[in-house]
Write a protein that binds this ligand. Structure first.
Ligand code: FES
Length: 93
């Protein structure tokens, strides 16, 4: 389950495991984002990848509609959304 770190108080996490973008360094999604050119400035990319990892963990083969719904709220000012969607749709290729 992905949560917004900026509004999550550390004491509410308790004993649960926390994964940040650094913990996803070897995740196939990172390579998919590079392969599909799913970033421009890279400002939003850590959040996009963390959200996408939570999405594919819950649903390894999301439809395009499920990707759009699951990634709602992750804003990219560059408009890289089509490539981000492609990265998630093909993350295991
Ligand atoms: S890649 Fe620039 S804001 Fe997302």
């Amino acid at each position: 389950m992905a949560v917004l770190s900026c509004i999550t108080l550390a004491h509410t996490v308790g004993p649960r495991e926390v994964t940040t973008i650094e913990g996803l360094r070897e995740h196939p999604l990172v390579h998919a984002f590079v392969r599909t050119d799913a970033l421009q400035c890279g400002f939003c990319t850590p959040g996009q990848i963390v959200s996408a990892a939570a999405l594919v963990e819950a649903n390894p083969e999301p439809t395009r509609e499920e990707i759009r719904h699951g990634m709602a709220g992750n804003l990219c000012r560059c408009g890289a959304y089509p490539n981000i969607e492609e990265a998630i749709a093909t993350w295991r290729d």
